[in-house]
Design a protein around this ligand. Structure first.
Ligand code: SER
Length: 316
């Protein structure tokens, strides 16, 4: 059977890059990008889908004979705290819609993005293991823990092939994150390249797990392509890239922009970050389906600066 992929939330930070990678891999005609609003510049097939609308997802899945769904739509950690009940509603409702449509329409594989936000105060902060106790402090984190359990439930009860990874903070140049606690690690590079001062909403020493977008996309495609018997964890897999603090990024940037200026004005996001791991133990992902990150902080910094410079030069 041919592979036909539906991406829900194709305009987000991960969705934009993943759509292009999947188009390159499977061909444009095999990838249906969707989001709540149309993007006039989108290349390839695009459908407007509000993922809270069960019937609309089902209609598109049937129309295109979709065999795989990547469900990327969600409200992230910081934004989610502005309206916890709405965040809960959107994050859970869209996911249950995707699971149920997948069950009814016999979708072969489904991808669910989880997050380091599933961990809370009971998990060890350093080298947090895959099976640590999960007591998240944000509504986003609570919704991801529930989402993971629903993934496992559909797998056990209905045999649905759902696969999931817990993303660290994602750093990329192609698209902007929106409403996350790790967003500073993208914004800081934009400010450096624009020669502007950066005001960081986290304290200088706040270490968080991060990953470069290319590694994150590769992990996503690798877990989806692994033979089913290799996927032993049906809630979600920890994956690690690299851990660092705002001060460490700033010092990498200083090596390339000696005049770069940064100030620290921690806000409510500091509390969120302090509830999260400092580093992640991803040995299960490494063992089960061969995960291995490539980018360290130096390589991330070189790539971010090179790519953002060329993007900004093109718009001048
Ligand atoms: N990057 C996300 C956030 O900060 C974590 O998954 O909310």
């Amino acid at each position: 059977m041919n592979t036909t992929i539906l991406i829900i939330g194709a305009h987000g930070q991960v969705g934009r890059v993943l759509t292009e990678s999947l188009q390159d891999k499977y061909g444009r005609e095999s990838v249906i990008a969707s989001d709540i609003r149309k993007d006039e510049n989108a290349n390839g097939i695009f459908e407007v889908i509000d993922a809270t609308d069960f019937d609309r997802i089902k209609e598109v899945v049937i129309q295109y004979k979709v065999t795989q769904i990547y469900h990327l739509a969600a409200i992230l950690s910081a934004k989610g705290e502005e309206n916890p009940l709405k965040t809960w509603d959107i994050n859970i409702k869209t996911w249950l819609n995707v699971l149920e449509v997948s069950r009814i329409c016999h979708v072969e594989k489904v991808f669910y993005p989880s997050s380091i936000a599933v961990f809370g105060n009971s998990a060890p902060r350093n080298n947090t293991p895959n099976n640590a106790y999960l007591d998240p402090t944000t509504v986003y984190g609570i919704s991801k823990v529930d989402g993971e359990n629903w993934a496992q439930y559909y797998h056990i009860k209905y045999g649905l092939d759902v696969r999931s990874i817990r993303y660290p903070g994602i750093i990329g140049y192609q698209s902007l994150p929106g409403g996350g606690t790790t967003d500073y690690a993208v914004d800081i590079y934009h400010k450096a390249v624009l020669n502007e001062k950066f005001i960081c909403f986290l304290n200088e020493g706040t270490v968080l797990p991060m990953i470069f977008i290319d590694d994150a996309i590769r992990a996503t495609i690798e877990i989806m392509e692994a033979p089913a018997e290799k996927i032993k964890v049906r809630t979600s897999y920890n994956i690690a890239g690299i851990s660092f603090s705002p001060k460490e990024v700033a010092s990498e940037i200083h090596k390339r922009y000696p005049d770069f200026k940064i100030d620290y004005k921690p806000d409510f996001r500091q509390n969120i970050a302090e509830g999260w791991p400092r580093s992640i133990d991803d040995s299960e992902a490494r063992m089960d389906w061969g995960w291995k990150p490539v980018y360290d902080l130096g390589a991330i910094t070189d790539t971010m600066i090179r790519e953002l410079k060329s993007q900004y030069e093109m718009t001048i």
